[in-house]
Every structure is written in structure tokens, then in C-alpha cells.
Design a protein around this ligand. Sequence first.
Ligand code: 5GP
Ligand code: ZN
Length: 146
Amino acid sequence: MSDETKDCIFCKIIRGEIPSAKVYEDDDVFAFLDLSQVTKGHTLIIPKKHEKDLFHLDPNVAATLFRRVPVIARAIKEAFHPVGMNLLNNNSSLAGQSVFHYHIHLIPRYDENDTFSFQFQPHVDDYSNEQRADIAAAIAEHIKSI
Ligand code: 5GP
Ligand code: ZN
């Protein structure tokens, strides 16, 4: 076992070395309640294969993982009847990541006063169409085969 996997909190949860409130498990994916329960039913969905973030995630692992996401989201909705749901994934500490095993948060939303909020900051729309085309092209040229 690599040091990364041995010391990782989420790998320990998968191995049962740390207890968790399990929502779902199969050969590739594990889902469990976030300890912090930002709102009731706040669930983390993780691949069993340890990858630290989105930049390291194998697309095939991502595909397997994401197939489960709507199914688990619907289960949360049926259990607790939230009005909506935020799907969140933080990558790097700057972006708010605190556990470096890739994970998706499902955060059920109950009303405007529930305990989670997220808003894009108001911003000035200061790119011309030409600049937007340049930005898109700069990204597109780095897209490898999908
Ligand atoms: P991040 O900040 O990396 O996007 O999210 C990590 C999440 O993992 C946090 O919301 C935190 O509450 C949760 N977490 C950290 N340690 C544990 C743990 O031992 N058990 C569970 N169930 N959740 C944890
Ligand atoms: Zn891990």
C-alpha cells in the first residue's frame, strides 16, 4: 500500500478503519455522510481508487463515479424531500479542498435560509467576443483525446 493511500482519511473509511455512515458501496465507488452535514443528508461520493483531485482523476474512473451521482442524488431527494441540490467538488486548498482524495459533495437544499449558500460574485463582463474566442481556443488546444 502506498503511503498516500495508507494515510488518507477517505481510504481509511473505505477500508473500514475509520467508521462512517455509509450510503452506498460497490466495487468502485463509496458514498457516505459528510461528518459536517452542511445540510441534512450532505453526502460524499468517492472513487475507491485513490486520486488526489480532478487533475489526476482517470476519465474512466470519473465515468464510473459519475454514473452513480444522479442515482444517489435521487435517493437523497426521496428520503428528505429537499427542493434542490448543489453538487460541489473542490480541487486544491486554494479552492477549498481539505481532504486530498477526490470527492463529490451532494448538498441537499431545503430553503433560502438553510445552512449552505453559494453565489457567483457580481462581476463586470469585460471580455470582448474576440478575447472570448482566444480564451476558448487556448483551452481547446490542450484538450487531449476524450
Ligand atoms: P473538502 O473540504 O475537501 O471539499 O471536503 C472534505 C469533507 O470531508 C469536509 O466537508 C469534511 O467535513 C469531511 N470529512 C473530513 N474528515 C471526515 C471524516 O473522518 N469522516 C467523514 N464522514 N467526513 C469527513
Ligand atoms: Zn485516499
